[in-house]
Design a protein around this ligand. Structure first.
Ligand SMILES: [Fe+2]
Ligand SMILES: [Fe+2]
Length: 375
């Protein structure tokens, strides 16, 4: 006899359904993980809000054909049912895992879950507030995907007795306001860099399965295709208004590129045991992900960052060191801690300016932005 099947987030066809299932599970979720997800620092995933009326006013009719192809693909829902544990989910030896790796990996899962859910909350809110059918439909579809992604990571976390209480986060986590154009740049980049990160790990583990210390990595290929599609949608949204990627806005685009790449670099270096277990050199991984993201972003941005410039890696390292010193100073506290923090902040700012002022590499932007995942 089959056990009664409980509803699962993998099968949810709307964001509302996906969240209701998670709400039901929330009574088992742990305070510690939720506390980590509640943190708001420069490096931790944030929740965003924006001017939803301005977003709702976007007219996609100039891109109708391309738009409909993308939406049809998302409506066909290629990943329905995918994000659930099945026979490919090998037993995880949590107790045998090196404690440092376990700590970093759980931190990785919590921060990934928070980032997925941050997208979910923003997209769902847009869908709720909007009246424009194209926009609300797109945001409903993206929110559906992100709710599944967050739900799946929480499944993995529950095995170690921790999970993030998403309902609590929605109500209590601070929301940062971003103008719509900043949402486009930041969200476009985070979807595309998410794709590049997941596919790089997936391909690496395909070649070196002995490093796959957790089954969740087997799900990364389909996962990153969702993120790729989300990124495509933001590329199309930006394409509706050529001003968004021209003139003074180029300074903003460069700012977001530098900030997103820099944050990823610093954050990944906080997890040495995690990358060692994956058999991945963190510098190599960073550059690989930046290269893929830059190549993809040529679909919409008129330049890419020069990540082979002699100042690039040097200043990423300076930024990372400054960030570590700031953390240490915060822990130390007192007057020494205060000066340590200030000094670290100044060095981090100097490194960022040095990265930001590296001349960018210009190129032509294609008329039709659409791309297919190719890595
Ligand atoms: Fe996602
Ligand atoms: Fe996404």
């Amino acid at each position: 006899m089959n056990a009664p099947t409980r509803p699962h987030t993998a099968d949810a066809t709307t964001v509302e359904e996906g969240l209701a299932i998670q709400e039901e599970q929330a009574k088992f979720d742990s305070e510690a993980a939720t506390a980590v997800a509640m943190q708001n620092t420069l490096l931790t995933p944030r929740f965003y809000t924006t001017d939803f009326d301005e977003l709702d006013a976007i007219d996609v009719s100039s891109l109708r054909e391309t738009w409909d192809v993308l939406i049809d693909e998302m409506v066909s829902d290629p990943n329905k049912g995918h994000f659930r544990k099945n026979e490919d989910w090998d037993k995880v030896d949590w107790d045998g895992m090196d404690p440092e790796l376990k700590k970093e990996f759980i931190d990785f899962l919590i921060s990934s879950c928070t980032a997925e859910f941050s997208g979910c909350v923003l997209y769902k809110e847009m869908k709720r507030r909007g009246a424009n059918k194209d926009i609300t439909q797109l945001f409903q579809l993206m929110a559906r995907d992100e709710a599944r992604h967050a739900g799946f990571i929480n499944d993995a976390l529950r095995e170690v007795g921790v999970a993030v209480n998403l309902g609590f986060l929605t109500q209590k986590k601070k929301y940062t306001y971003f103008r719509p154009k900043f949402i486009y740049y930041a969200t476009y980049l985070s979807e595309k860099i998410g794709y590049a990160r997941y596919i790089t790990i997936f391909r690496h583990l395909e070649a070196h399965p002995e490093h796959r210390f957790h089954p969740i990595f087997k799900w990364f290929q389909e996962w990153c295709n969702d993120e790729f599609r989300h990124g495509e949608a933001f590329a199309l949204l930006m394409k509706t208004d050529p001003k968004l990627t021209k003139g003074g806005n180029e300074y903003w685009i460069k700012f977001f590129l530098t900030a997103v790449y820099g944050t990823m670099y610093v954050r990944d270096h906080q997890r040495p045991a995690f990358h060692e277990a994956l058999g991945v050199d963190t510098d190599w991984y960073g550059q690989e992900v930046f290269r893929k993201t830059s190549e993809i972003s040529k679909q919409i941005f008129p330049f890419t960052l020069d990540i082979d410039h002699p100042r690039w890696m040097k200043n990423l390292k300076r930024l990372e060191k400054a960030s570590r010193d700031i953390d240490a100073a915060k822990k130390a506290g007192g007057i020494g801690g205060f000066f340590g923090k200030t000094w670290g902040g100044m060095r981090a700012a100097a490194a960022f300016v040095s990265l930001y002022t590296i001349p960018a590499i210009r190129h032509e932007v294609p008329e039709d932005p659409r791309l297919e995942p190719s890595y």
